[in-house]
Design a protein around this ligand. Sequence first.
Ligand code: ATP
Length: 234
Amino acid sequence: MIQIKDVHKSYQMGNNSLKVLKGINLHINEGELVAIMGSSGSGKSTLLNILGMLDEADTGEYILDNVLIKNLNETKAAHYRNKFLGFVFQSFNLINYKNAVENVALPLYYQKVARKDRQERAIKYLTKVGLGEWATHLPSEMSGGQKQRVAIARALAADPKLLLADEPTGALDSKTSYEVMDLIQQINDEGKTILIVTHEEDIANMCKRIVRLKDGVIIEDVSVNQVRAAAYVQ
Ligand SMILES: Nc1ncnc2c1ncn2[C@@H]1O[C@H](COP(=O)(O)OP(=O)(O)OP(=O)(O)O)[C@@H](O)[C@H]1O
């Protein structure tokens, strides 16, 4: 579903160029639940931004669902992004003056989904994340975990093929983090392909595969079963 081939990315800092991704190769199949790990500055968010079509690689190829992304013009790219990708962020990024159902329905409005359909889908996905009763509540009336559930419902409402989450548990305590990860696992069990950037080993261990970056290269790519087996041997 995702093929990243020899992707390089640098940032220009005055006269200097900072090489952030140095030849990334990555294949991700439909239905995977992948954690991208690595220390601060290793290039995780840069890679996620490229995968999310929010940024472009300098060289190399990104193929999503058999489409070579760099060949798309702006309009097609925007259409493709809306159709294929859902985003979840550390800081939830909800609109404070809109209630839960309005937050979830908003991306559907931009996709020109009819009002009644927007409302029904928003309620359906809020119910799915366990917040059916909270539809008319504002984000300010919700806990961090509930806000992240609303954000997950919003990301799912347009039924994207791929869910990209940047530190989805980074602002949550451990118990709430595990609850959000339980939800993410459940969504993955239903077939959604999910990529998570995380700093936390225990969160990564709740995924199926861990890809570890260091200084812009992949230094490890293992299934979580392998990690568990290695821990067992020790
Ligand atoms: N737009 C930008 N312009 C210049 N430098 C950037 C830009 N975005 C990121 N960088 C630099 O690129 C490097 C990699 O950043 P990136 O955000 O991908 O790392 P990360 O692994 O996600 O780190 P963190 O865990 O701290 O979020 C860092 O040194 C960062 O300062």
